[in-house]
Ligand binder design. Structure first.
Ligand code: 5GP
Length: 182
């Protein structure tokens, strides 16, 4: 699908495709956590806030929501591999069933850091839910619930940004290289 926004090359995942996939992930999560008291969903800011909001509202199982923020990228579309904790959870997660909800896996460094950090806090269980993963060499990280696999391009929309713009587009689109190579 093409868009009429000159900054975007093409729509990779439409609003309808996202909505359908979010519903089916929520159904799978509800099935898997059916006999659990409460699922502690950890959204990773800022990118996952829209995905988490939609997923949590579809979820037919008792859950609570918390957030973490990490910084791994500057304002450019390059990766450093360095991850820093910017905002931590409000509560300890010892003995809780924790689901990390992340927007995108690129190199895998961010999710790897989050898994290591949260595993050290002794949750009862720890799983990962990711909306999109890029088809590229990345750290070997298990994603328990994955929305879509996409080519190795810079994408924006549905929470994903470039320099804090484009986050609220209802679809996921490929950003034109001209925008980030200025
Ligand atoms: P990783 O640590 O897996 O290389 O990168 C994960 C983080 O990088 C994501 O949480 C996201 O903030 C950012 N990121 C990686 N690729 C993209 C992309 O194509 N678009 C946007 N908006 N962010 C990305």
């Amino acid at each position: 699908m093409v868009t009429n926004n000159p900054d975007l090359d093409r729509v990779l995942i439409s609003q309808a495709q996202i909505a359908e996939r979010v519903k089916s992930i929520a159904a799978q999560v509800a099935k898997d956590y059916d006999n659990v008291d409460n699922l502690y969903m950890v959204g990773i800011l800022k990118g996952a806030f829209i995905f988490l909001a939609d997923l949590a509202r579809e979820l037919q199982v008792s859950h609570s929501v918390d957030f973490m923020a990490v910084s791994s990228y500057g304002k450019t579309a390059t990766t450093s591999g360095e991850v820093r904790l910017v905002l931590d959870l409000r509560e300890p997660i010892i003995d809780k069933h924790v689901l990390i909800v992340e927007d995108i896996v690129d190199t895998g460094h961010t999710l790897n850091y989050l898994l290591k950090t949260l595993r050290g806090r002794q949750p009862k269980s720890l799983k990962t839910c990711v909306l999109v993963r890029k088809e590229r060499d990345s750290l070997d990280i298990n994603v328990d619930y994955l929305g879509f696999t996409i080519p190795d391009v810079w994408v924006v929309g549905y929470g994903l940004d470039y320099a804090d713009s484009y986050r609220t587009l209802p679809y996921i689109a490929e950003l034109n290289k001209r925008v980030y190579s200025k």
